[in-house]
Design a protein around this ligand. Structure first.
Ligand code: ADP
Ligand code: ASP
Ligand code: MG
Length: 417
């Protein structure tokens, strides 16, 4: 007997039939003798609809009320799945974040989990063999008693945090693809499924745009050493042997991975905006005068390029911010033009960041250089570059994203043959 957390994303609970399919997946594990806590997302498209309603009601809405609205999607699916399980003769009960509770920070719309009280769930495993169906994506702030949400894709994080709190043997993430691929299989049909991915690599893949797992869920998996298994809810529940090895990808520590690729995968993100601040004075303190106010406004700056000034007087500073924060970033910088001291503000919002990730880069030189040559051969211009130990990223025009991803996928031998 083991203890499992099973998480089902939006497309896996998109309608009643899909929820009944999920119930059969859960029944399979219960019948195999496991203690099961299920974490559900809202029905596919529901969260987008709720977010749009908030924006329509007022573009500058109160984040506390946004959370009250968007957390409702998961409330519906948790109740519906409990009903579907009961209809199969399985003892099941739904739980909202506040009922356990799942305590979070008060950063509404992007709250962090602080702790989870799993005692009632464990008690019910022991006493009643009851399945817990937990609404993902949401929690409660203990000081204010208000509902919070964990940021888009946050049900993954709920699931891994619950797995850690319940000391589960594994956290299964059921989604609409049967694992983590070398890149988004919807963009590159030749992408290959990976059997195992190290936490560090998955962290980079997720933070650079592979939305199959929320970044924070991978962080928690790494810190609490929760094995995360990404698999498909579209495999027929009855065809799966609960004691066998189903298709999927295990996210685990690096030591467990025998084969070490130079490049493991490629991620991309079109949610970027490039800002160039032209002819700023080349003197100590200017970077702080630009990035300080952006940090105060909670805007994450990513790629940064600063030229060495030619005349020793002025220089240009180029960097990227999330597209969603572009308007605020522009306002922050232009309103401080006199204080910063620069001549011109330029920007480009039609840009994309393509990132190549692989722990083998630690020991192989020239991996990025190959990419620059291959992109040049396709006439793709690189606007900015950043590198880290196991990753490099290039900023390009958004129109070339798919071409760049496919070119690099082939270049590093990742295509399925
Ligand atoms: P869920 O609703 O189950 O949480 P998501 O839509 O959040 O599912 O994440 C699954 C999607 O992630 C897939 O449909 C796929 O298009 C996308 N994706 C992006 N990069 C990858 C990758 N490297 N491997 C697998 N899927 C990926
Ligand atoms: N329903 C939320 C979203 O769409 C959380 C999740 O699905 O993980 O972002
Ligand atoms: Mg998701």
């Amino acid at each position: 007997m083991g203890r499992l957390v099973m998480k089902f994303g939006g497309t896996s609970v998109a309608n009643i039939e899909r929820i009944q399919n999920v119930a059969r997946h859960v029944k399979r594990e219960v019948d195999a003798g496991h203690e099961v806590a299920v974490v559900v997302s809202a029905m596919a498209g529901k969260t987008n609809e709720l977010v749009a309603w908030c924006t329509e009601a007022s573009p500058m809405h109160d984040a506390r009320e946004y959370d009250a609205v968007v957390a409702s999607g998961e409330q519906v699916t948790s109740g519906l799945l409990a009903i579907a399980l009961q209809a199969l003769g399985i003892q099941a009960r739904s739980w909202q974040g506040w009922q356990l509770p799942i305590r979070t920070s008060d950063a509404h719309a992007s709250a962090r989990i602080v702790d989870i009280d799993g005692s009632e769930i464990i008690k019910r495993f022991d006493e009643r063999k009851e399945v817990a169906v937990i609404a993902g994506f949401q929690g409660i702030n203990a000081e204010t008693n208000r509902i919070t949400t964990l940021g888009r894709g946050g049900s993954d994080t709920s699931a891994v945090a619950i797995a850690a709190a319940l000391k589960a043997d594994r956290c299964d993430i059921y989604t609409d693809v049967d694992g983590v691929y070398t890149t988004d299989p919807r963009v590159v049909p030749k992408a290959k499924r990976l059997d195992k991915v190290a936490f560090e690599e998955m962290l980079e893949l997720a933070s650079q745009g592979a939305k199959v797992l929320q970044v924070r869920s991978v962080e928690l998996g790494m810190v609490y050493n929760v094995p995360i298994f990404v698999r498909s809810s579209f495999d027929k529940p009855e065809d799966i042997d609960p004691h066998g090895t189903p298709p999927g990808t295990l996210i685990c520590s690096e030591e467990k991975i025998m084969e070490n690729h130079v490049v493991t995968g490629i991620a991309f993100s079109k949610d970027e905006a490039q800002i160039s601040v032209r002819r700023i004075e080349d003197k100590p303190g200017v970077a702080a005068s630009i990035f300080g106010p952006l940090a105060d406004a909670n805007i994450n700056v990513d790629m940064i390029v600063q030229n060495v000034s030619e005349d020793g007087k002025t220089t240009d500073l180029t960097f990227t911010v999330p597209a969603a924060d572009f308007a605020r970033a522009k306002q922050t910088i232009t309103s401080a033009q006199d204080k910063i001291g620069y001549a011109r503000f330029d920007s480009e919002t039609d840009v994309a960041k393509v990132s190549v990730i692989g722990s083998g880069m630690r020991s192989h030189a020239g991996v990025a250089a190959q990419a620059f040559a291959a992109l040049a051969a396709r006439n793709i211009n690189i606007r900015a570059i950043t590198t880290s130990e196991i990753k490099f990223s290039v900023l390009i025009d958004a129109a070339y994203t798919e071409l760049a991803v496919r070119t690099l996928h082939t270049l590093y031998g990742l295509d399925q043959v």
